[in-house]
Design a binder for this molecule. Structure first.
Ligand SMILES: [Zn+2]
Length: 274
């Protein structure tokens, strides 16, 4: 089995009060959170994880929750170009989930083998009213997915023949999925948005790295919030608790360095893993 290498892809950013993603801690702290994708390469295959936000979903410079945002297909294409690739070079697309900022540019990859969870597709087609307030899903995504030529709809956990491991982790959405990537360094977990930030798994952290590399002080969680820091975008707390427990076991070690989350800036700064 060939070992994998991981590159973080910068698909733009959204500017959100940290408290929204970290159980209300530091409510006045406003942070640029990247829209993040990943490129996985094993010398034979090019795999993309998530396809970012579509430019039409950013209205008057604002996206999810009315927060300032930038991104779109141009960003996805440029991030691939920096790796010497175009969408035609991508064999496989894996979706951690189908939210607007993770599946917006699906149509850039119409021929690729495309994997997502069956329950995620059901959630996309039947969102709860609370999920519609902030337009968690992009209205274009159901139509986009119908145009893809090579869909693999999964139910649950599996190991692909190429060694990538897929785990269903509901809570943030019904069919969220983590991807475990075996590399020469060890097992990295691409978590998707459960958690958005490593702070959810490591709530006692008191430092945080911003886009560009500056490190700031943050408020560690009080004991009553342990063991996990939930946020405003957990729709099933029971499922999420189980998913976090599962996530804890998947990486090389239970240490922030192995958890490549949906929106942590340090990942973009470091760029390359494995
Ligand atoms: Zn999400």
């Amino acid at each position: 089995m060939k070992e994998w290498k991981i590159k973080a892809l910068y698909y733009g950013k959204i500017t959100v009060p940290k408290g929204n993603l970290a159980a209300g801690l530091d409510p006045d702290l406003i942070i640029d959170f990247p829209y993040t994708g990943y490129l996985l390469q094993n010398g034979e295959q090019n795999v993309v994880v998530d396809t970012g936000i579509h430019e039409d979903h950013i209205v008057d410079g604002r996206a999810w929750g009315g927060c300032p945002a930038e991104g779109g297909s141009k960003y996805v294409l440029e991030s691939l170009e920096k790796e010497g690739l175009t969408p035609k070079d991508i064999d496989t697309v894996l979706y951690t989930h189908l939210h607007n900022d993770h599946a917006g540019c699906a149509l850039l990859f119409p021929e690729a083998k495309t994997y997502f969870q069956k329950d995620e597709y059901a959630n996309l087609l039947n969102p709860l009213p609370t999920q519609m307030i902030r337009e968690d899903f992009d209205a274009r995504t159901p139509g986009d997915l119908k145009q893809l030529k090579n869909i693999y709809m999964l139910d649950g956990d599996m190991v692909l023949p190429n060694g990538l491991e897929l785990y269903k982790l509901p809570g943030h959405t019904s069919g969220s999925m983590a991807i475990v990537v075996p590399t020469a360094e060890g097992r990295y977990v691409l978590t998707g948005d459960i958690p958005h930030l490593y702070l959810s798994l490591f709530p006692k952290s008191d430092k945080y790295e911003l886009l560009g590399g500056e490190i700031i002080d943050i408020t560690p969680a009080p004991d009553k919030m342990m063991p996990y820091l939930f946020n405003s975008v957990i729709y099933d707390h029971y499922a999420a608790f189980d998913s976090y427990n599962k996530l804890k076991c998947l990486a090389e070690d239970f240490d922030p360095k192995w958890y490549l989350t949906g929106h942590d800036p340090w990942i973009i700064n470091r760029h390359s893993f494995g």
